[in-house]
Design a binder for this molecule. Sequence first.
Ligand code: GLY
Length: 353
Amino acid sequence: MRTIQVPASRNYTVWVDGGLLSQAGIMIRALCPDGIRVAVVTDSNVGPLFADRLQEVLRAEGFVPSVFTFSAGEAAKSGETYLALLEYLAQMRLTRSDVMVALGGGVTGDLTGFAAATYLRGIACVQIPTSLLAMVDSSVGGKTAINLKAGKNLAGVFYQPSMVVCDVDVLRTLPQEDFADGVAEIIKYGMLKSVALLDQLMVRDLREDPTEVIAQCISIKRDVVERDEFDTGERQLLNLGHTIGHAIEGCSGYQISHGRAVAIGMAMITRGAVKAGFCPSTCLTRLEELLARYNLPSHCGFTAEELLPFALGDKKRSGDTLTLVIPTGIGVCKLHSIPVEELGQWIAWGLES
Ligand code: GLY
């Protein structure tokens, strides 16, 4: 078992191990001694796999669980689903001593976290991520959000979970493509902070035993969140590959998954950094080798003209400047502010071979 303490505006524990879903009832009872109701939020893919088991272990601890299930997919991370979820919580009469549980991937975690932050001005939220991507990134750190028509994650708040339970056994049922999506975020941590992690990814069979690597990524994220919870400085580094990645997701009508879009976004920004003279070409070669090893893409079929409007809607824009995260070496990145007019050039560089 690996445990990671996150000392943010709320201090909480992230647990990483096999078999934790069966312990979730006991863990949530320890967290909410007076809680009665638990609203489990899940999607139409994950619910049928794990919701019954979770309800069983919650009932065994005296809770009254209920399940809100929405249609799987990014389209559900919307104002409509968010309001339907709030109405559901009110109908179920959840109080401030009760708890919400996000059982699923990034969409479920972001939506549930946002609802937990705003229902009754905030009730406890436990994250039980079931995708590799959600385990290593979105379930930890307190970023919650829904999408607006104008772009991804444009409405949200920082709201730390009360506990994160990563049961690595649930990854066994994760399709290979979804597993690879999570690896894209793991590669991101390596590119940002750890050559050792990149080395491990080249030799380890991650599917065989992911616990250690997941814990390493969460520890890296914990350190960053501890120093910059509200994303005013260093935390922006965690957006490596995301400005262009979000544009790729948007351009594809969310047909290209987040992990794949981030993989392409990292490759494109690294290509740009090499062309702009900030980064040695060996760094790009290393990244492309790693992406290929996990069958992740490093190019997309969109043009700069198609990507630019989506990239300009990105949250990292502030007035007429935009902060890019650019690699300067293997395992090292920096924040680099550019006038928005230069973004097109960076995207064009990224599209070159
Ligand atoms: N996913 C980036 C962050 O949590 O800051």
